[in-house]
Design a protein around this ligand. Structure first.
Ligand code: UTP
Length: 294
């Protein structure tokens, strides 16, 4: 069995209705966190986890994402002529990080439907899924944490954290069982998407933006009927995987920012700015002044 994960799929074809009007003409995945668009952090995480081939699922309105990972010869020449080698390196290197390709999800039929657009790219091997609006920062890339669990158990993996019940109700809720000898890796035996009542939650653990799937997920997705919101839900397909081949869950280490949500964008901006060598001192001062006046 091939357990080395070298491909990743980034679904980025959602409509982003929670961050309108910012996402009306610009993909929400291109919203900047200080000086890089959200999707660049996600691609960097995949690359730092050993991923070499990335498929970004886009739609009609998301051409800016393709442009971001493309070369811009006029700009590069101008930067070189001006002696701005660092800026040149930044704009060129980000186009060379991985083999990045794109496919369009032609209708917005849900995350499961978007992932199913990756079948021919993935072929018969395991692959990581990184949601295009979930930026996760930490010392060890989260995708690498999930790939380790995949390589150890040979089963699909979801990245999870314990969240407040109201948050779990807005996403997936996981039924978990301990695995002897493991601290943060669990057996996941069931999942349910967006429950209506708190008592229907399987637990407060929810999927936060990362999974690793075996290729069998595609056959399951082919037979997954539309679920919540009349969309084909990845959660429903993962529930079938959990009950057949098996699924694990990693309570990952890292801080997740929901870039599909106004507050998440603000949190990411503040946290990254406070660590950014170019602006951190000035920004810290500014935050202190603001905080003093609150
Ligand atoms: P969301 O649930 O955040 O949906 O999708 P959304 O449409 O992007 O945003 P809102 O809720 O309207 O504000 C989770 C992930 O699944 C992708 C999104 O791009 C995001 O990365 N997605 C969702 C697709 O690629 N296609 C879809 O049909 C739905």
């Amino acid at each position: 069995m091939n357990t080395k994960v070298r491909k990743a799929v980034i679904p980025a074809a959602g409509l982003g209705t929670r961050v309108l009007p910012a996402s009306k003409a610009m993909p929400k995945e291109m919203l900047p966190i200080v000086d890089k668009p959200a999707i660049q952090y996600i691609v960097e995480e995949a690359v730092a986890s050993g991923i070499t081939d990335i498929l970004i699922i886009t739609n009609r309105g998301k051409g800016d994402i393709e442009n971001h990972f493309d070369r811009v010869p006029e700009l590069e020449e101008r930067l070189l002529a001006a002696g701005r080698q660092d800026a040149y390196d930044q704009v060129v290197n980000l186009t060379r990080m991985a083999n990045i390709c794109f496919v369009r999800q032609k209708e917005t039929k849900g995350l499961g439907h978007a992932v199913n657009c990756a079948r021919s790219f993935v072929g018969n091997e395991p692959f990581a899924i990184l949601f295009g609006d979930d930026v996760i920062l930490g010392e060890k890339p989260v995708t690498a944490q999930l790939c380790e669990a995949y390589e150890k158990y040979g089963l699909g993996v979801v990245g999870t954290k314990d969240v407040p019940p109201a948050t779990a109700m807005r996403g997936s809720s996981l039924k978990l069982e301990a695995i002897p000898g493991e601290d943060n890796v669990f057996k996941c035996t069931d999942l349910v998407e967006k429950v209506k009542r708190p008592e229907d939650l399987l637990s407060n653990f929810t999927i936060l933006g990362r999974c690793v799937c075996p290729p069998e997920i595609f056959d399951i997705l082919d037979h997954t009927a539309p679920g919540v919101g009349n969309e084909i839900q990845l959660t429903d397909a993962l529930a079938v995987l959990a009950k057949t081949k098996g699924l694990t869950a990693v309570d990952f280490i890292g801080k997740r920012y929901d870039m599909g949500n106004k507050f998440g964008i603000l949190q990411a901006t503040v946290d990254v700015a406070l660590r950014h060598p170019e602006v951190q001192e000035e920004f810290k001062q500014y935050i202190k002044e603001i905080a003093a006046s609150l």
